[in-house]
Design a protein around this ligand. Structure first.
Ligand code: APR
Length: 311
């Protein structure tokens, strides 16, 4: 049996994820969308690229979830993308309905899959997916921290004039505005960032990272980032399929870790064949703890809004 990945949403993020997964030779991909013809057209285009990209993976476009039966991993990108001036939270109730609907249908055909949620607002959408799927928390994982830390790494590497390969960046908390970067756990070839950069400059790069999604939305004018989000998903899929046990910041349900109970937050996890196999807890200063708890409070507001709307 070939490894099978379903990507739901054949828009910018979904189609680019499919392309990256195929070209990395990781798995066959089933691309699903509500719009008829869209996943079929993009899949056919990608099939025709295969001889030139030197891979033998297959991709199928479909509007029918029964085609996705027994997928190993399901990536959820379906939803509305942010428009200029629109916050992630504006999208909350619309995307909750979309994510709830697609997860319900997908898990019916793939009850053992690992879910990777990409649709924003991310942390809230992981709550929806947990609730609708009934899956254990190990198999419902949000993609946010990998993207936020990649953005931070790119800015640090550019600023210091060093290779991105030597920069690691550690982020906690919710996606975007309330993200909690931890510079003292971020390094350049093992050297803590505060040794190499002034506090004010670090703060500027942190602010740029927090606004990383909005910066791209403002430039594109229509739609939002998709190359780096798709690369982030590829990283996670690769760690799961090859059971690499990469330590990656991902959004998972916390049950007491970091003093947070019953809320989805970005934390470092060990990502392997079993999904989020372990949560790694690090010690935090009083300021860092306060920032994490304020990030948790903003996710709680979204969860309460969804509950009040009956989602
Ligand atoms: N079922 C399946 N697909 C759906 C549904 C649904 N109920 N509703 C919408 N879609 C599809 C749309 O038809 C579209 O093709 O989801 C796709 C979304 O694609 P884009 O509009 O191009 O958005 P994209 O940039 O890919 O972002 C998708 O990922 O990063 C997040 O914030 C981003 O929440 C957004 C999501």
């Amino acid at each position: 049996m070939r490894t099978k990945i379903t990507v739901i949403g054949a828009g910018n993020v979904g189609a680019t994820c499919a392309q990256r997964i195929l070209e990395a030779g990781l798995a066959d991909v089933y691309l699903v969308d509500v719009v008829e013809g869209l996943p079929q057209g993009k899949a056919l285009d990608l099939v025709e690229a295969a001889p030139l990209q030197h891979h033998d993976q297959m991709i199928y476009g479909t509007n029918d979830y029964s085609d996705t039966t027994e997928s190993d991993v399901i990536v959820v990108t379906a939803g509305l993308a942010r428009q200029p001036g629109m916050s992630r939270d504006d999208l909350l109730l619309k995307n909750a309905a979309i994510v709830g609907g697609v997860v319900r249908q997908a898990v019916h055909y793939s009850p053992n899959a690992i879910l990777i949620i990409v649709t924003n607002p991310l942390d809230a959408m992981v709550h929806v997916a947990l609730q609708v799927s009934g899956f254990p928390r190990e198999r419902v994982i949000g993609m946010a921290g990998v993207l936020d830390s990649a953005r931070f790494r790119a800015f640090i590497a550019d600023d210091l004039g060093v290779s991105t390969a030597d920069v690691t960046a550690f982020v906690l908390g919710g996606h975007g505005d309330t993200m909690v970067p931890l510079p003292r756990y971020s390094t350049v070839a093992g050297i803590p960032l505060p040794e190499l950069m002034k506090a004010e400059r670090i703060e500027e790069l942190v602010t740029r990272t927090r606004n990383g999604g909005a910066e791209i939305v403002a430039l594109l004018k229509a739609g939002s980032a998709f190359y780096a989000p798709a690369s982030s998903v590829l990283h996670m899929v690769d760690s799961i399929l090859d059971d690499r046990k990469r330590v990656l910041p991902c959004a998972v349900l916390l049950l007491g870790e970091y003093g947070i109970d019953g809320l989805v937050m970005g934390v470092p996890i060990v990502l392997g064949a079993g999904g989020a196999e372990r949560i790694i807890e690090v010690s935090l200063t009083a300021d860092e703890k306060a920032a994490l708890h304020s990030s948790a409070a903003s996710v709680q507001v979204l969860v309460d809004t969804m509950a009040a709307a009956g989602k």
